[in-house]
Design a protein around this ligand. Structure first.
Ligand code: SF4
Length: 323
């Protein structure tokens, strides 16, 4: 693929929050890129910096407390870190859309689903009234909802159908990039799988690039072409889905994540969680940020930040074990 065709190219991104005299290091020098029609899964525990990464791409960090302190986010070859709010209003919704975790809170209870889908279409697409209506019908059918239900309100839809409506709103203007922040977490398992299948189908039809944020390695296995494992604001391992699921070489944190997934074929009384907690981003440990929890920790890990090592083409691991 031609590097020019990258939809998004994040380079050495640093994001901090400043609250109550504290400096919180939420994202610490991450880089990744994505082509049209491909999906990147960003995986990690709560507090890893996944959502901050998505909000940085949308330029929706809290105005007073959140700040991108270094790095570039090239979207369609333009650095949107430097974009004005007026430029971002054109990009957001039309070229980059975001699906949030909970469909119950993403929808307005007093507007029909048709009105909510048409809002973005009216704002970004130059269509007359009949054109807007036709686009609402088309996008509802695309996500598997009969168009005649467009005059109903969110409370008349089940949880899974509400999330389909949220996806319809996000896709209404044919975005080049879709950010999906835990889009199936609030849904039960069978509905999760239907929604993921539908997103996969839409990705192929519309050639949309998708960044899927999740803590669930199972969801990523089904859906993603590339995977980035995030810990304490850093990408500690990145590669193709095959690299993450089939390679023998892994960051100790990735191994910990895999070990904490319940295995239905093994009879066990207890799950195997990673010891300890994610560090406080206001007081990150020196050296490797995973060292207080790492079963393989060496002396060097406590003082020196590991470099990123390419263990096979495109499969990168940030750990002293791979020096
Ligand atoms: Fe563990 Fe050291 Fe690797 Fe960090 S650098 S993950 S502490 S072995």
């Amino acid at each position: 693929m031609n590097p020019e065709d990258k939809i998004i190219d994040v380079k050495n991104l640093w994001v901090k929050y400043f609250t109550d005299g504290q400096e919180i290091s939420a994202v610490n020098g991450i880089s990744f890129s994505l082509f049209a029609g491909k999906t990147l899964g960003i995986v990690g525990e709560t507090g890893a910096g996944k959502t901050t990464t998505a909000l940085s791409i949308m330029q929706l960090l809290p105005k007073v407390s959140g700040k991108i302190t270094d790095g570039e986010i090239l979207f369609n070859n333009k650095d949107i870190v430097k974009a004005s709010e007026a430029d971002m209003r054109v990009i957001r919704g039309a070229m980059i859309s975001m699906i949030f975790q909970d469909p119950m809170t993403s929808l307005n209870p007093v507007l029909t689903v048709g009105d909510q889908i048409s809002e973005a279409i009216k704002l970004h697409m130059k269509l007359d009234k009949a054109g807007v209506e036709a686009r609402v019908d088309e996008i509802l059918e695309l996500v598997g909802i009969p168009a005649l239900r467009k005059n109903e309100y969110p409370h008349q839809f089940s949880g899974g159908m509400k999330q389909r409506v949220v996806i319809a709103i996000a896709l209404a203007c044919d975005p080049m990039l879709l950010l999906a922040d835990e889009p199936t977490t609030a849904l039960d398992v069978t509905i999760q799988s239907q929604i993921l299948d539908m997103m996969d189908d839409l990705k192929k039809k519309l050639n949309t690039a998708i960044i899927l944020i999740t803590h669930d390695l199972g969801v990523v296995a089904e859906f993603c072409d590339y995977v980035a494992i995030m810990y304490a604001g850093e990408i500690v391992e990145m590669g193709t889905a095959e690299d993450i699921y089939e390679s023998e070489s892994h960051h100790p944190y990735t191994i910990g994540l895999f070990n904490s997934i319940p295995n239905l074929e093994v009879d066990t009384d207890r799950l195997n969680p990673i010891d300890g907690l994610m560090p406080d981003p206001a007081e990150l440990p020196a050296g490797c940020k995973f060292h207080p929890r790492c079963p393989d920790c060496m002396e060097i890990c406590k003082s020196e930040i590991p470099d990123e090592y390419e263990v096979s083409t495109g499969h990168k691991i940030k750990c002293h074990l791979f020096r």
